[in-house]
Every structure is written in structure tokens, then in C-alpha cells.
Design a protein around this ligand. Structure first.
Ligand code: NI
Ligand code: MN
Length: 226
């Protein structure tokens, strides 16, 4: 798998030649000024919830690429009402087999209104399983005991966890989450973008290291192979 970071909670993950794009928020992210949103590839756009800092660029990227939007029923319907033809609606606990692997929509504790204030269903996370490896994108969420179920039923190669605090888990709860999901390779997200979520990088890495976990804070624009 190739993992590219586009800032905030936006990641591109290439599996079996397919491009999965999570929570695109680039145009309004000052930290991502160096990312050309019009050249981000996408076959699938997976949205954890409706908030603007997770969906702002989804419409334009879906229009440009023809990508299929994968999210909860309410969010997919919202995009279909804006003219997007390729949508795959899901709901919590459900799994579907795509051409790159399977997607399971799992619980998150957060909220999920759309940028225009309309109802965005319930927020979620995704567990992706494929021949190239498995990972969990927690979305925006608090620490929850439900994460233990994910660890007990999936062998994860890595996980994307929010660490910025205030709107989601902070570092300490994210360390506990990594233990619940039984995953030692964590890539941080949802930090530094706004004043409320700025973090101390070295302190964060040290706290994960003390729990025998590796925390990656990827530079925006970087691509790594996992
Ligand atoms: Ni949110
Ligand atoms: Mn958010």
C-alpha cells in the first residue's frame, strides 16, 4: 500500500492500483497550500462524516475523477442530490467487498452535520482489509470501548487516529486506542490545522514510544510505502 498525506485528515491510499481518498479538505487548509487538489487521484472517496473539514473538496474531486463516494447513507444521498452519480451508501456494522478489498463502516463518537447544516447521519470510521494489508481509519472520534472489538476481530497493519484533542481524542486517549485496536503503527491525523488542535510533536511521539507504539506525523505531501 502507498499512503499519501494531504493534510488534516485527508489521506490517499493506493491498494492494488486503486486510489482511495479519505476526507478531502485541502482548498481551505492553509497548511496544505502546497498540495494541488486538482491532481489528487481518486477511484473512491471515503467520507467518515459530514463536517466541512472532511468533505470540502469531495464534490469537485468526485466531479473531476468520477470517483465513487463511500459513506453513510445520508452523506451519499446528499452528494447524489448535487449530481454525483457514483455513490455507495453504507451504515454502521456493514461490510462490502469492492475491487480493492473490503470496507467496514464502524462506530465513531462525534457528530456529523453537512456543511450546509443538513443532517449527515452518524459519524463513522472505516476498517479496510485487502490482499496488501489491513488498516483502520478512526475518523473524528472520542476514545471508545468499541475499538476493542476492532482489535479482537481484525489484524491491522496500521491505523489512522485523530490526536489533536478538543474536537477528538488527544494523545493520551489515542495511545489507549492503539492498545484497544492492538496496533503498533499509528499515523496521526486531525492535528495542527486549527488553533484548537495544535500539538507538541516530540511529546506526542514520546508518549506513543513509551507505550511501545510508533507514531508517524507525516509531512503534508509525503508518500510512504507500507
Ligand atoms: Ni468532525
Ligand atoms: Mn474534523
Amino acid at each position: 500500500m502507498k499512503v499519501s498525506y494531504y493534510g488534516h485528515s485527508c489521506f490517499g491510499i493506493e491498494i492494488a492500483g486503486k486510489h482511495l481518498l479519505f476526507d478531502p479538505f485541502v482548498t481551505y487548509n492553509e497548511l496544505a497550500a502546497g498540495v494541488d487538489v486538482d491532481s489528487i487521484p481518486a477511484d473512491y472517496i471515503l467520507l467518515t462524516h459530514g463536517h466541512q473539514d472532511h468533505t470540502a473538496d469531495a464534490l469537485s474531486i468526485a466531479q473531476r475523477t468520477g470517483a465513487t463516494i463511500v459513506s453513510n447513507y445520508e452523506i451519499v444521498t446528499w452528494f447524489q442530490n448535487k449530481g454525483i452519480e457514483n455513490g455507495h451508501p453504507m451504515n454502521h456494522g456493514g461490510r462490502w467487498k469492492f475491487d480493492f478489498g473490503t470496507v467496514k463502516l464502524v462506530n465513531a463518537i462525534h457528530s456529523s452535520s453537512m456543511p450546509d447544516g443538513s443532517y449527515g447521519g452518524n459519524p463513522g470510521g472505516f476498517v479496510i482489509e485487502s490482499a496488501e494489508g489491513n488498516f483502520y481509519n478512526a475518523g473524528d472520534t472520542a476514545l471508545t470501548l468499541d475499538m476493542k472489538l476492532i482489535g479482537e476481530t481484525h489484524a491491522l497493519d496500521f491505523a489512522l487516529l485523530p490526536i489533536g484533542d478538543n474536537f477528538t481524542m488527544g494523545i493520551d486517549d489515542a495511545v489507549t486506542a492503539s492498545q484497544f485496536i492492538q496496533c503498533k503503527r499509528i499515523i496521526g491525523m486531525h492535528y495542527d490545522t486549527f488553533g484548537y488542535i495544535k500539538i507538541e510533536h516530540e511529546e506526542a511521539k514520546a508518549k506513543f514510544a513509551a507505550a511501545n507504539c510508533d507514531l508517524s506525523l507525516m509531512p503534508i505531501g509525503q508518500t510512504i510505502e507500507i
